[in-house]
Design a protein around this ligand. Structure first.
Ligand SMILES: O=P(O)(O)OC[C@H]1O[C@H](O[C@H]2O[C@H](CO)[C@@H](O)[C@H](O)[C@H]2O)[C@H](O)[C@@H](O)[C@@H]1O
Length: 856
């Protein structure tokens, strides 16, 4: 399979022919020798990923760029990367690199990898491991179904802060390199926010993300405190790839359950546009492996291994020693096997190579060595050691020899994205055809259906499988191997690369009926709110308007309308907003006057208020309410109430909310399906029977049906507030009084009227040639919908929930850091927020250090 940029010539896509590949870490490790030189060496692991990049750059016409963090910097001979202690000054940094050093190191990495398009991301070296913490301590365990101990969340919030910065550092680098038509391909769980951060700044970019680890069921995923931001982060991509069908299914279910988006098995509908979701199991580079595996060096090591184990049958395993690789389960099963089938004692050896990652569990390391000692003590003799356990990363040739010498490979992961050892074993066994026992919980199970699949928790089942496999006849083994090998060669890393790219390009091709990348273009629908832009407009504006809906926007939706009262935080923010004389703040709600009076007018008299979808109005700083519906015929109320009553009696849990003018029938407390059905019936009946006789509008809301006179709506309120200095008396604003910043937020269908009005005002101003605001870009109008929303919206941007709304207000007031939500920050080359106090201090320190160094 192949895919070249030229294959898309007539597709209508404007491709640049370039791919920007974003990986967590570059393929080279950087260290300083004892003589002070900076050197680089290859890192182990993730070989399939780098092979994919290599394939694109060497064997296709794509101009491929590899972007990645440098990883931690080492001092020679140190196993653990050195961090500058927090107390130490940067000028004493033992790992200091001048700009020249960085250039030299970059060149060395490029030369070593034979790729001139490698772009390192240099991050602050103070506590270097900080960049990994959130990904490795929060995301990774949860994605593997491991829940952390409960905590007060302080440490997690520091980790989150660094995680956002890490993602933003990549965004900064991609922006530096980006050209229109580039494909940005993002890998794995360290970069889950990057798609959305990039989307905000590069609305037309072609972005795909591939998750190399499992994606958990929504019941686990929902335990993440940052669950919505993480989903949002991913949904900035055009295409999302997962290792197996079950992972993509879990992801889709999270989108429905946590964000309320509509999904199909291959799409998420984000604000009426689509993100493609699919399964692409990662393979290995079979050709490269086959070159190495039958070398003389490996042959010699295979012989040595047989000698070492006295010609006994060999069961092999190679795993990272973390809780999900199931080494503990493997040893327990082997123990059980020798107990159930004693005839194998003395005839079989398990060689287990486990490498201990930096974030290992000491409990597990101890438990594994206890189990090894237990088995060897129980079944071993002076000449026979049943388990040979090596805690180390073996060199490649030894690893391959191990897989070749094996009579059986045992993979007992209790969860993994893809198990490349299983795939490599199949290739190594091409001539001998020894069997593979594979955990059904491994991502590899989906591409190796002919492996002997086991449940690693069932030790008796695994023991039985071990016995059966060791007794298999040679022809049966070879027949199975043929099928396994076929599966592996039809899932090579090259095929994986091509499949992901062609699926993305096929999806984006407008002629295929998709919306291409229109969803994010200016004419398309709702990107995430561009907060840096909002902040910039706010800062330069002299006359700012805030037009807020209430339920679902400033406060979360709850079951009981009376319980949806404003939080202390909300009231505090509103007070702070109105304290600035440049700000005028309105709440435009479906709530009645009594509710708004009690909770807002008394607390913050400076607020302007509009009740019952525009029927009532109260200017800021005045106690009087004006009833705009005073002269309207209200006979419809009785008729509507009768209809509502009819449905209330037939829908348990529903009730009627009577306001002064509008009437609302609520069914949130009813069975959801029955409620939705009855709501629809009720709406139809009202439209047929009442709207034909009275000038009223029936509005389906959030688990409610509302009726109010047609002549007012929230859009009319927005028109009055934006254009009039006195919206009650409709005194048109004088020249110079026009607002130059309007943030309008709402979540419901009734709020669409506000957005429509703002859009038409903008159009009108454009046609009239009205001068733009001080940024010179536009008029500073921000109609923003609050999700989750699977509806059509005319808003220009969205925020996920009321929490994000409050954070955004806090941001404008200078109370919330840009870091608290994704997509906001420019970092300097050392990982400091650009132009921040710490960035300036660090730059100053560097200058001083360089001066000192020059003197020496
Ligand atoms: O225009 P809004 O400020 O958004 O008000 C719209 C309606 O909100 C209330 O109902 C909704 O919120 C309730 C509390 O969260 C929830 O229980 C209910 O299901 C929602 O429909 C309010 O009760 C209505 O009067 C407003 O018109």
């Amino acid at each position: 399979m192949s895919i070249e940029p030229s294959d898309c010539k007539n597709s209508g896509l404007r491709l640049s022919g370039r791919i920007l590949n974003c990986v967590t870490q570059l393929p080279s490790e950087i260290y300083r020798t004892k003589t002070g030189e900076w050197e680089v060496k290859h890192i182990r692991g993730s070989s399939a990923l780098y092979a994919s990049n290599m394939f694109l750059s060497k064997h296709t016409k794509w101009e491929t760029h590899l972007i990645g963090w440098t990883g931690e910097l080492f001092e020679a001979d140190e196993m653990v990367p050195r961090s500058i202690p927090a107390s130490q000054k940067i000028e004493n940094d033992p790992l200091y690199l001048s700009e020249e050093d960085k250039r030299d190191v970059t060149e060395k990495i490029r030369t070593m990898n034979g790729n001139k398009n490698i772009h390192p991301i240099w991050l602050l070296r103070k506590d270097q491991d900080r960049w990994r913490q959130y990904a490795e301590n929060v995301i990774w365990p949860l994605f593997h179904y491991l829940l952390n101990e409960p905590s007060d969340g302080r440490q997690e919030s520091q980790w989150w802060y660094d995680y956002v910065k890490f993602n933003e550092a990549y965004a900064a680098k991609v922006k530096q390199l980006y050209k229109p038509g580039d494909i940005v391909w993002i890998h794995d769980y360290y970069l889950l926010l990057l798609p959305q951060i990039l989307r905000m700044e590069l609305p037309e970019a072609y972005i795909c993300h591939f998750l190399h680890v499992p994606f958990p069921s929504s019941e686990y995923f929902r335990c993440l405190s940052k669950r919505k931001i993480i989903l949002d982060g991913l949904l900035g991509a055009n295409q999302l790839g997962f290792q197996s069908y079950s992972f993509s299914r879990h992801f889709l279910s999270c989108c429905t359950r946590l964000l309320g988006y509509d999904v199909t098995p291959t799409f998420v509908y984000v604000h009426s546009s689509q993100v493609r979701v699919d399964t692409f199991p990662l393979g290995i580079d079979v050709t490269a492996l086959e070159k190495d595996v039958f070398s003389k060096e490996v042959n010699a090591k295979v012989t040595a291994l047989h000698e070492l184990t006295g010609g006994r049958q060999l069961i092999v395993g190679r795993d990272r020693l973390d809780t999900v690789r199931g080494v503990e389960q493997k040893l327990l099963a082997f123990d059980q096997f020798l107990e159930l089938y004693p005839e194998w004692i003395g005839r079989v050896v398990l060689i287990q190579v486990s490498f201990i990652p930096s974030y290992h569990s000491s409990r597990l390391v101890k438990r594994v060595s206890e189990l090894v000692a237990h088995i060897n003590g129980r079944y071993g003799t002076l000449e026979y050691t049943p388990v040979l356990h090596y805690n180390m990363r073996v060199p490649k040739a030894e690893y391959l020899a191990l897989l070749r010498a094996a009579d059986l490979c045992l993979v007992t992961s209790i969860r993994d994205g893809m198990n490349t050892t299983a795939l490599e074993y199949v290739v190594c066994q091409r001539t001998q055809g020894h069997p593979l026992i594979l955990s059904e919980f491994s991502g590899a199970a989906s591409i190796l259906p002919d492996a002997i699949q086991i449940n690693p928790w069932d030790t008796v089942g695994v023991s039985r499988a071990l016995n059966e496999c060791l007794l298999l006849s040679a022809p049966t083994k070879q027949a199975t191997e043929t099928k396994l090998y076929k599966s592996v060669v039809s899932h090579t890393v090259q095929d994986w690369t091509c499949k992901i790219l062609s699926s993305l390009l096929e999806f984006l091709t407008p002629s295929n009926g998709s919306d291409g990348n229109q969803r994010f273009s200016r004419n398309g629908i709702t990107p995430y709110l561009n907060k840096p832009k909002l902040l910039k407009c706010y800062e330069v504006a002299q006359k700012r308007l805030f037009l807020f809906d209430y339920d679902g926007t400033l406060t979360p939706i709850v079951r009981d309308p009376a319980a949806a009262i404003p939080s202390a935080r909300l009231l505090g923010l509103l007070k702070d907003l109105v304290a600035d004389k440049r700000n005028e703040v309105w709440i435009i709600s479906g709530r009645d006057e009594a509710f708004l009076e009690k909770w807002f007018a008394r607390e913050v008299p400076e607020l302007g208020l509009s009740a019952e979808h525009g029927c009532f109005l109260k200017n800021p700083n005045t106690p009087e309410w004006t009833n705009l519906a005073a002269s309207v015929d209200m006979n419809w109320q009785k008729r509507v109430e009768e209809v509502f009553q009819y449905y209330t009696e037939r829908t348990s849990g529903s009730f009627i909310e009577k306001k002064k003018v509008a009437l609302t029938w609520h069914y949130r407390k009813s069975d959801p399906e029955l409620g939705a059905y009855q709501g629809e019936q009720c709406r139809k009946q009202l439209e047929e029977e009442i709207c034909s006789q009275y000038d009223v509008e029936v509005m389906p809301g959030k688990a409610n049906v509302e009726v109010r006179p047609r002549f007012v709506n929230k859009g009319e309120m927005v028109r009055r507030i934006v254009l009039c200095s006195d919206p009650v008396k409709q005194v048109v604003r004088k020249h110079g009084e026009r607002p130059d910043f309007v943030l309008c937020l709402g979540d419901d269908t009734t709020d669409e009227d506000m957005f429509k009005t703002l859009n038409s005002i903008e159009k009108h101003w454009q046609m009239q040639g009205v001068t733009k605001n001080a940024t010179g870009d536009d008029y500073g109008l921000f109609p923003v919908t609050v999700g989750p929303a699977n509806k059509q919206t005319v808003a220009k941007a969205y925020l996920s929930d009321p929490q994000q709304v409050l954070d955004t207000i806090g941001l404008l007031l200078g109370q919330v850091s840009l870091f608290d939500t994704a997509g906001s920050v420019d970092l300097d080359d050392r990982g400091h927020l650009k132009n921040s106090e710490s960035a300036l201090k660090s730059a100053q320190n560097r200058k001083e250090y360089q001066k000192k160094a020059a003197k020496k």
